[in-house]
Write a protein that binds this ligand. Structure first.
Ligand SMILES: [Zn+2]
Length: 300
């Protein structure tokens, strides 16, 4: 069987795309579940006659495993709505294998990128949303979708579930330091915009990777990225060789270890996070997303 390849071009990638994954699902409320393949995480909801699911996971096999997991906990209701949290293939690349007949909902910028990218298996958006806030109702499932500006990827949507006091935001804040290289994060406004979501009355936070967490760990996550940004600027002042991974890892671990060393993955990941952030300051950001008034991206 030949799998959808996303943007991979090597025929040898098939083994990766078809490799099985063990999913684990946890019920968060009467209507809401979270599911993880051990690293990536997303959510889905039971609606009146169907299921509303966020994202697809990052390979065809994982997309199928996600669909099977939903069918197990909500038998007899098809996935009729898929919401892309953002454009990235590792989260939202394989609706063709997950729910080929579903409505695909996303921000209008996400819709444009996906249409132009034409990645194999990543279905185009059928319902594009414009603006910062949408109180949606898909088949009786009501909640709020939010895009307060560029934080990660293109046209990023977070979701707020008022009755659950729960906030879902994929690939933004984590409850640990396992950020890796942080490509396509928009640091000019990232912490400011993520902190703005604290005006929502949420107690639980579901990130796009790793474990479900709470409001305090969300705040700590904002604090960590902000402290990392300040420490990376200090590295310039101290003439640390900012291009060198080990030098930056040692510098930020020394500066931030006391406050954030307890975060899972801090020692392994803080060096590459720092390398990425110094490049933000070297380059001035990446594109229009990293300008002081990124609202320009919300307009057509
Ligand atoms: Zn992403």
């Amino acid at each position: 069987m030949s799998e959808h390849q996303g943007i991979f071009s090597s025929p040898a990638i098939q083994d990766y795309l078809s490799a099985g994954a063990k999913m684990s699902t946890e019920q968060l409320s009467q209507r809401l579940w979270t599911v993880s393949d051990g690293k990536y995480r997303t959510i889905f909801l039971e609606a009146d006659h169907s299921v509303v699911a966020f994202d697809t996971f990052g390979t065809p096999a994982r997309a199928r495993a996600y669909a099977a997991e939903i069918a197990k906990v909500i038998p007899g209701k098809p996935v009729k709505t898929v919401i892309y949290s953002h454009d990235h293939i590792d989260h939202a690349g394989f609706a063709a294998d997950f729910a080929p007949d579903a409505e695909i909902v996303a921000d209008e910028m996400t819709a444009k990128v996906i249409a132009m990218r034409a990645a194999e298996g990543q279905l185009g958006v059928t319902q594009a949303l414009s603006g910062t806030e949408h109180r949606v109702n898909f088949d009786g499932a009501e909640f709020v979708l939010l895009n307060r500006g560029p934080v990660h990827g293109t046209g990023h949507l977070s979701a707020y579930f008022e009755e659950e006091k729960l906030f879902y935001s994929s690939d933004t804040i984590l409850a640990n330091a396992r950020y890796g290289f942080m490509p396509d994060y928009h640091f000019t406004n990232f912490v400011k915009i993520m902190r703005s979501y604290l005006d929502l009355d949420f107690e639980r936070f579901v990130p796009g990777r790793y474990e479900v967490t709470d409001r305090n760990r969300f705040i700590e996550g904002c604090d960590y990225i902000e402290a990392m940004q300040l420490t990376c600027q200090k590295a310039f002042i101290s003439f640390v060789p900012i291009w060198v991974h080990d030098a930056m890892a040692g510098y930020v671990q020394n500066e931030l270890g006391e406050r954030f060393g307890h975060l899972d993955g801090f020692n392994e990941h803080s060096g590459q996070t720092a390398i990425r952030i110094v490049h933000h300051y070297l380059m001035g950001g990446w594109g229009l997303e990293d300008t002081p008034e990124p609202g320009i991206l919300l307009a057509d």
